[in-house]
Design a protein around this ligand. Sequence first.
Ligand code: HEM
Length: 123
Amino acid sequence: MPAEPQKPSLYERLGGIYSISCVVDDLIDRVMTDARLNANPAVNEAHHKVPPPGFKYLVTEMVGWASGGPQKYTGRSMRESHEQMNITPKEWDAFMDDFQQSLDKFNVPAAEQAELKAIVQST
Ligand code: HEM
C-alpha cells in the first residue's frame, strides 16, 4: 500500500523560524503600543517592565513550538503570566485585531491564518 503523503507541519508551511519571527516582531510592536490594551493599568505596567526583544524572543519560541517546529518553549505558562491582568473581552478583541493586521501584512495564507488563530484562541 503506498504511504500516505505527509502534510508539511504548520511550522514548515509558515516558512520556519525566520518567517515566524518577522510576524511576531510586527505583532509585539503593535500590541505594546496599542492604546486599547495599555488602557488596562496591569497590561500597561507589564508592557513597560519587560524589554520588547525578550518578549519577542519568548513569543517566537512559543509559536515555533506550538506549530510543530524544533523549538521548546521556555517561558512561563499563559495562565501564570496573564492571570493578574484581568483581560476583558474587548481587550481580547483588540489583540485579535492587531494579530489580524500582522498576518495580513505578511500575506499569511488563509488556511495557515486559521490554524494560528486556533492555537492563539486555545491559550
Ligand atoms: C489581550 C491579550 C494579551 C495581552 C494584553 C498580553 C500582555 C502580556 C504582557 C504585558 C506580558 C508580560 C508579563 C510579565 O512578564 O509581567 C505577557 C507575557 C507573555 N505573553 Fe501575553 N498578552 C496577551 C495575549 C497573549 C497571547 C494570545 C499569547 C500567545 C499565544 C501571549 C504570549 C505571551 C508570552 C509567551 C509571554 C511571556 C511569558 C513569560 O514571561 O515567560 N500573550 N503578555
